[in-house]
Design a protein around this ligand. Structure first.
Ligand SMILES: *Cc1c(COP(=O)(O)O)cnc(C)c1O
Length: 373
């Protein structure tokens, strides 16, 4: 970090290249392009695949706003996909339902953007099979999934293009930042080109070459590059990533043990044996029939006890913009709607102490006792 500040080169340069190489190695990807956010990565990934006006992109409804905003930026149409009510990930059945629904309207989807919800991988093998059968590209939203594996392979080396976030709350962070990984050189090249104004050579190469004015504008690109300052943070985070992941795993284990046999609660699914859940989020589900409180009341009771809980996420098909733009009703994607009324995210982060985690457990059990029917 100091080294970067002293070098005088703060924007995209040698540190970014070093971060990209280290990141590609960590997720076993051939190419990695450092970007200013995961949103930027999703945008450029779909752009590189040629998504544009008139295209349809399949997006799970249970995700953050940017997963669906990005196809809209490209003039494409979003088709929301329901999720498995327990993993909160898309699964072949829900994707196929959406594909069939589109076909009945005379539409075909161009890409699917699975979200590895909370850090648990989607069933990629079956999704890839579907993608082959229906001619879909797969762009993974791996904002939660740095460190996640599927079938023994790290997320980042599986789909056509994978997008990571280094936002402040994510598993590794550069304050703000993102990364796109792929095996395909043409897509990596296109993403790199579009990330810095569409210039034939990036700024770092331009200024270190003689005759730096000889660049060409090859496309109307964006300003989505990562700074060397952020890349230096990212390199330091990568070195600590495994230790931080283990810590979150310990906290998740403690929660699982405390809550798995408790009436009124349903604990989140774990990764299959041999695979890694990165536990970006820990999302409990309330068994409402056993409780007198609804989810919001339960969450407020925890907040009153000083526990910082949240809800990930209000499904996008229940957000005002998408309800208006696509005329969607909550019940149209019934599993996500069902889950939304029951989910609650407990605090989980690598610097959380054992005492903190125990305090959360006690507060949840106290509220449960008061809420039990
Ligand atoms: C955080 C998040 C994003 C956006 O990441 P940024 O780096 O802030 O752009 C996208 N998708 C999901 C599922 C997220 O949680």
């Amino acid at each position: 970090m100091l080294q970067v500040l002293r070098s005088g080169w703060l924007s995209t340069g040698a540190k970014c290249r070093e971060f990209e190489r280290a990141f590609a190695r960590a997720v076993r990807a051939r190419y990695a392009v450092a970007l200013s956010s995961c949103t930027a990565a999703l945008h450029l990934a779909l752009e590189a695949l040629g998504v544009g006006p008139g295209d349809v992109v399949l997006v799970p409804t249970m995700t953050f706003a940017s997963t669906a905003a990005v196809p809209q930026h490209l003039g494409a149409r979003v088709a929301f996909v329901d999720v498995n009510p327990h993993t909160l990930c898309v699964e072949p059945a829900t994707v196929e339902e959406a594909l069939v629904r589109l076909r009945q309207q005379g539409l075909r989807a161009k890409a699917l953007v699975p979200v590895h919800f909370a850090g648990l991988a989607c069933p990629m093998e079956a999704l890839q099979e579907l993608a082959r059968a229906w001619g879909l590209y797969i762009v993974e939203d791996a904002a939660h999934a740095f460190g996640t594996t599927y079938g023994g392979r790290p997320v980042g080396s599986i789909g056509d293009i994978t997008c990571f976030s280094f936002y402040a709350t994510k598993n590794i962070t550069t304050g703000e930042g993102g990364m796109a990984t792929t095996e395909e050189p043409r897509w990596a090249e296109r993403i790199r080109l579009m990330s810095l104004h569409g210039l034939s050579a990036n700024a770092w190469q331009r200024y270190s070459m003689q005759g730096s004015w000889h660049y060409h504008v090859l496309a109307p690109g964006y300003k989505y590059n990562l700074s060397d300052v952020a890349a230096a943070l990212g390199l330091a985070q990568l070195r600590r990533a495994e230790a931080m992941r283990r810590r979150r795993q310990e906290i998740a284990r403690l929660y699982q043990q405390a809550f798995s046999h408790v009436q009124g609660l349903r604990t989140p699914p774990e990764a299959p044996p041999g695979d890694v859940h990165s536990w970006h989020l820990y999302v409990l589900k309330l068994r409402l029939r056993a409780l007198r409180l609804n989810r919001d009341e339960f969450a407020h009771a925890l907040q009153k006890r000083g526990i910082g809980v949240s809800v990930h996420f209000r499904p996008l098909h229940m957000q005002p913009y998408y309800q208006r733009a696509y005329g969607l009703r909550p019940q149209e994607l019934p599993r996500a709607y069902w889950a939304f009324e029951r989910i609650i995210s407990l605090p989980i982060y690598s610097r959380m102490s054992h005492e903190d985690a125990h305090r959360v457990v006690e507060a949840v059990l106290e509220v449960l006792k008061e809420a039990a029917r």
